[in-house]
Ligand binder design. Structure first.
Ligand SMILES: NC(=O)c1ccc[n+]([C@@H]2O[C@H](COP(=O)([O-])OP(=O)(O)OC[C@H]3O[C@@H](n4cnc5c(N)ncnc54)[C@H](O)[C@@H]3O)[C@@H](O)[C@H]2O)c1
Length: 371
């Protein structure tokens, strides 16, 4: 198969769809990998590394898209990329089609086989290609929170771990899933007092087993959340209700009782946020205050650490990219039901029910088209 690796062109996107190790694995499988010049620059991979790994460097995105059977990317295509997509081409990337009518139309009109990272499943029914970015964002939440707690950054001037004779900061994490657990690991490691709040008691039991006596767990309720955040220095929003907007668990009224200069990192901002006063911010302008509490609500936190994020993402995506290249699309989806779940568009039809429903399109089960 000819595999194409274009440079990401979305604003402030420095990740790349394949590392040199990924190119090497594909090249070892006798696939030809076409890499757009400087595609990996933002993640610290020079063209020469891709060349050494067996890739061929091409001067322009147009050349890569024109020749490749399968394009491997990170972000969904944006307007300048639409015209480059060719009928029947495989597109393996994050797509997030549900809210994106124009991109969906483009993929259908151009009969692109669109495989979305975010809808590929695993044996437990979770979404393995979303997990790495939640791991990055969860760990970053504490790093970022510790930074903004410093006086010069606008916080209340508290060291997360305290020192002998001075108590450590109180960190309250709302949501004990992937983001919450990774945040807790770093916060515990830095010596903070950590409380995790979740409405899933079994999850709280697991967390209690993982962290032993190093954290406190609380069953989620408005009362307990209000009580916990009233003494918090750092609050991390890490709630997810799959397929729905995040519930607003911390209200503006509750914020009046949070200490001045405390910091909120609402990681769940990409689903609307679990703090009433959240609105999405960017890396260039990441924070704002409400009721004297500093809010950090960057919707694409992993973008700040593109090198780590590229490795983390491609560790999870490469096995699927290899399967697609080695077996071809039809055999690959027949042999792997989890990969099949990723197919959102095929042969001009929408093959992912939730996307079809959200856009009022006809849904066609993939099996009907691939028999
Ligand atoms: N901002 C970013 O850059 C970024 C990056 C990665 C992930 N995220 C977002 O972070 C959020 C969390 O992701 P995740 O992978 O940890 O999800 P997850 O499904 O692993 O965990 C979510 C947790 O929230 C809990 N929960 C649900 N309702 C609750 C309630 N009412 N009270 C308390 N807990 C509740 C669930 O039981 C679950 O344990 C998602 O919105 C995700 O999209 C944002």
């Amino acid at each position: 198969m000819i595999v194409g690796l274009p440079k990401e062109i979305k604003d402030n996107e420095y990740r790349v769809g394949l590392t040199p190790a990924g190119v090497r694995a594909l090249a070892d499988g006798r696939h030809r990998v076409l890499v757009e010049q400087s595609a990996g620059e933002g993640s610290g991979f020079e063209d020469s590394l891709y060349q050494k790994a067996g890739g061929v460097i091409l001067n322009s995105a147009d050349e890569v898209w024109a020749q490749a059977d399968m394009i491997v990317k990170v972000k969904e295509p944006i307007a300048p990329e639409y015209g480059r997509m060719r009928e029947g081409q495989l597109l393996f990337t994050y797509l997030h089609l549900a809210p994106d009518r124009e991109l969906t139309k483009q993929l259908l009109d151009r009969k692109i086989t669109g495989i979305a990272y975010e809808t590929i499943t695993d044996r437990r029914g979770s979404l393995p290609l979303l997990t790495p970015m939640s791991e990055v964002a969860g760990r970053m939440a504490i790093q970022v929170g510790a930074h903004y707690l410093e006086k010069m950054s606008g916080g209340r001037g508290i060291l997360l771990g305290g020192v002998p004779g001075v108590p450590a900061a109180r960190v309250v994490i709302i949501g004990g899933g992937v983001v919450g657990t990774n945040a807790a690991k770093i916060a515990v490691g830095m010596g903070a007092h950590v409380t995790i709040i979740d409405n899933n008691l079994d999850r709280l039991r697991e967390l209690d087993d993982i962290f032993l006596s190093k954290i406190s767990t609380l069953a989620s309720s408005a009362y307990m959340i209000h009580d916990a955040i009233s003494e918090a220095d750092l609050i991390v929003g890490a709630v997810l209700v799959p397929g729905a907007a995040a519930p607003r668990l911390v209200t503006r009224t509750m914020l009046k009782d949070v200490p001045n200069g405390a910091v909120i990192v609402d990681v769940a901002v990409d689903q609307g946020g679990c703090i009433e006063t959240t609105h999405p911010t960017t890396h260039s302008n990441p924070t704002f205050y409400v009721e004297g509490v500093l809010h950090y609500c960057v919707a694409n936190m992993p973008g700040a650490v593109p090198r780590t994020s590229t490795f983390a993402l491609t560790n999870a995506t490469l096995p699927f990219a290899l399967k697609l290249a080695n077996k071809g699309f039809l055999e690959a989806i027949r042999s792997d039901p989890h990969l099949r779940e990723g197919v959102n568009t095929y042969a001009g039809r929408c093959t992912y029910e939730a996307v079809a429903v959200s856009q009022g399109l006809d849904y066609t089960p993939l099996a009907q088209l691939t028999q």
